[in-house]
Design a protein around this ligand. Structure first.
Ligand SMILES: [Cu+2]
Length: 312
């Protein structure tokens, strides 16, 4: 057998050229895909909670009270802008800055839409009598999120952030404090213990199905809205649900964000007293407030507080 044929190329020049083009094409497509904005450049490793990750993995089917302040979040959150301290009644233009513990900024492409928004801020004053829920917009610099709010009360506000990284698809939280001028408001006695609040011709009721509510036991709550005059009432969706309940403990160590068991929005029309069911498990006994966020049509969004005790 002659050696010439052994080393002769097994492809013709034309075939080599074709192979070259195909390879070049494949490389170009691969490079093209690599260059496509794939959303987040962060990985799940960027959101690993160093400590016991009680803060992660909020299971929407069994909402828990999240001890946001007690457990270090894998996300660093700072709030800046506005004046040195909040002033009751004065609108403050503020900025939240989110970054991973290693300092990587967390921008809009790093968070997925959850309840119609990428980032939810829950702001509550020290007396728990003013709760506001705002949705910051991405700022000019990656990691910055701009928002404005008008504190109703003096003293400082705690800001809780609620978001879902695209890299983990699991709810995550962080918290920061906003100092405020003046003394905080004392808790007004008449707000204690009443499961019914009347406001603007509407009657709101929140009651625990089984009383007392006990720590570490799943508790069912029923929330209802009706017109004092008995006329039919419609509820407009708020962040894709008919109402949101947020529970805070007196120390503002964390919160629980509850959504109605019923996810369909059919309960919007025609009823005279729509009733929504919620479930929550609270780990520690003590005094809590549940703020209901609801949008009765024609009344705009409303925030209504209900106080209750959790027994040991
Ligand atoms: Cu929200």
């Amino acid at each position: 057998m002659n050696t010439a044929s052994k080393t002769a190329p097994f492809l013709s020049t034309a075939q080599w050229r074709q192979l070259g083009w195909i390879t070049a094409g494949a490389v170009a497509i691969f490079a093209g895909f690599r260059l496509l904005p794939t959303g987040t450049s962060l990985s799940h490793m960027d959101f690993r909670a160093g400590a016991k990750n009680a803060i992660e993995f909020c299971d929407p089917a069994n909402p828990q009270f999240i001890p946001v302040v007690a457990v270090p979040s894998p996300v660093a959150m700072t709030v800046s802008g506005g004046e040195s301290a909040l002033v009751a009644g004065r609108r403050a233009q503020l900025r939240v800055t989110l970054a991973t513990r290693s300092g990587k900024p967390i921008g809009p492409e790093d968070l997925v839409y959850a309840h119609t928004r990428r980032l939810h801020l829950l702001l509550v004053d020290a007396s728990l009598q003013d709760y506001q829920h705002v949705h910051p917009e991405p700022g000019a610099r990656r990691g910055d999120w701009e928002f404005a709010f008008t504190p109703q009360l003096g003293g400082g506000y705690r800001v809780f952030a609620d978001f879902t990284p695209a890299a983990t698809m699991r709810g995550l939280y962080a918290a920061a404090d906003l100092p405020g001028a003046g003394r905080g408001a004392a808790v007004a006695p008449e707000t204690r213990g009443s499961g019914t609040v009347e406001r603007g011709g509407l009657r709101f009721e929140l009651r625990a199905v089984k009383s007392p509510v006990r720590a570490r036991e799943p508790a069912d709550f029923q929330f209802s809205v009706e017109r004092v005059d008995g006329a039919p009432i419609a509820l407009e969706p708020v962040m894709d649900a008919l109402a949101h309940l947020v529970a805070f403990d007196a120390a503002r160590s964390g919160f629980a964000h509850l959504h109605p068991a019923r996810t369909d929005l059919d309960a919007r029309t025609g009823a005279t007293r729509p009733v929504l069911n919620f479930k929550i498990t609270i780990p520690k006994p003590g005094r809590y407030v549940i703020w209901a966020q609801v949008h009765p049509s024609g009344s705009g969004e409303m925030f209504v507080p209900f106080w209750f005790d959790v027994a040991p």
